[in-house]
Design a protein around this ligand. Structure first.
Ligand SMILES: [Zn+2]
Length: 455
């Protein structure tokens, strides 16, 4: 009888691609799923998954981990085995070097990377986000973009709300290159007010003009302000017209970003009618404090990189968007400038278990298998990751084992709880055939995650 390196036995095995749920065993050899069977098999190491769900590891299509170890750990606790970094226009400076370093050092989970629009801008000496690129600069950016796609970037990301000066021509030119390379274009839309639906129409236009597959980032943070139904109708219509438009969205309405960005420019705050008292400093020296005029100025001048959480939005719209078939779950996870993982937004530790707790177990608004699909197969398909997102023989052994009866997020906003509190009910997480989370705890210095070089 064959003996497998690792055996997961007696689990409820869910594969979103074949849409099946069976009671059985999974045998893993090295980094691949070797067998899925109802027969009894043996393993050098065995995990008893009786009563637990066994499914593909979660793919977090929108994050800012970019090699930050503390975020990799917070992700793997949630069952995430692959994260997509370089979002909202911000990506590591040298992609090739990043892949080499991550591969050498190891990482808790797999990492694929978008090319950030700001990275391209910086490369041509354009550091002011309030001005448009010249035609010459656009040509130069296109060349760098081609090179980065050839080096393995999985797509292109824009953070248009952070780049008010970026012209439509610039965005179209760069998106056209992505379309030629069949790479995804992720767009944090050019939001300019709490009911700015035009920013969404712009993103749809980009798909229409360039033919690129477009993914609209953290949708609830953009349009969960009372205009969700209208916003979703625009995406529905675009898709009916044959456009490749996708959406990712998270489990909170309260977004987080750096105080130094254009999002917190005085006139931007005024347009949205955000109150300083609704903004919580979430990292650094002043963490836990609400903004005042004085603190706002102090942070804008001296602590530009610290994270602010802005309490805003309509809670029901979190769930409204996630019910759509084309919407994937995403965390928007980001590191604290100090690298301290106990700082920041509870999304960093809570998104995936919160989704299963709220929508599958409590609201019963989505089936377990559909929920798994949104965290696995759907992002794998949109990104073209053919060996992930499915529970299938021969594919990568990225697997999460959890208890649907107990899976829960425990993280909360500073002042209410701990942003990095570990979730419950996620018992094992396996990355490339190696156990990283065992009985809900991380095994120290086990770093089987690989960079995903998409060529
Ligand atoms: Zn963003």
């Amino acid at each position: 009888m064959d003996i497998y390196d690792l055996l997961i036995k007696n689990g409820t095995l869910i594969d979103p691609e074949s849409n099946t749920m069976i009671h059985g065993n999974v045998g893993i050899n090295e980094c691949k799923i070797a067998i899925i069977t109802k027969e009894n098999i043996c393993g050098k190491r065995e995990i008893d998954a009786q009563g637990y769900i066994v499914c593909p590891g979660f793919i977090d299509i929108h994050g800012h981990i970019d090699g930050h170890r503390e975020c990799g750990e917070l992700s793997v606790f949630q069952g995430v085995t692959t994260t997509i970094g370089g979002n909202c226009g911000f990506s590591p400076e040298d992609l090739k070097k990043f892949f080499v370093e991550q591969d050498k050092k190891g990482f808790p989970i797999n990492q694929a990377q978008f090319i950030g629009h700001f990275n391209l801008r910086n490369n041509v000496g354009l550091t002011n986000p309030y001005i448009a690129a010249t035609n010459f600069q656009i040509k130069c950016m296109e060349n760098i973009e081609r090179k980065l796609f050839e080096e393995g970037a999985i797509g292109l990301s824009f953070g248009l709300e952070y780049a008010p000066g970026a012209s439509f021509e610039e965005v179209i030119a760069l998106s056209s290159i992505a379309a030629k390379y069949k790479k995804l274009v992720a767009i944090h839309t050019r939001l300019d007010g709490p009911d700015d639906i035009d920013s969404l129409k712009e993103a749809v236009k980009i798909a229409e003009i360039t033919g690129a597959s477009v993914q609209i980032s953290h949708f609830v943070y953009q349009y969960g302000t009372g205009i969700m139904t209208e916003a979703l109708e625009i995406v529905d219509d675009a898709r009916k017209n044959g456009l490749n438009v996708w959406v990712d969205s998270g489990m909170y309405t309260d977004f987080a970003t750096s105080i130094g960005t254009s999002v917190f420019d005085e006139d931007h705050i005024k347009k949205f009618n955000w109150k300083l008292n609704d903004m919580l400093v979430s990292t650094g020296k002043y963490k836990g404090e609400r903004l005042t005029e004085k603190l706002y100025k102090e942070l804008r001048n001296n602590y530009k990189n610290e994270t602010i959480v802005c309490f805003t939005g309509v809670e029901d719209e979190i769930y409204e968007v996630l019910l759509k078939d084309y919407v994937m779950l995403s965390s928007d996870i980001g590191p604290s400038p100090s690298g301290n993982r106990s700082e920041g937004h509870p999304q960093n530790a809570g998104t995936f278990p919160r989704f299963f707790r709220k929508m599958v177990r409590e609201q019963k608004s989505i089936s377990l298998i559909k929920a798994i699909e949104k965290c696995t197969l759907l992002p794998a398909k949109v990104l073209g990751l053919t060996s992930k997102g499915r529970l299938k023989e021969g594919l990568d052994a990225d697997i999460v084992i959890f208890d649907i009866e107990t899976i829960s997020d425990k993280s909360d906003f500073l002042g209410k709880g701990k942003p990095d509190a570990k979730p419950e009910g996620i018992h094992y997480v396996i990355v490339n055939g190696t156990i990283v989370v065992e009985n809900g705890d991380i095994i120290d210095e086990v770093l089987p995650g690989k960079p995903i070089i998409d060529k």
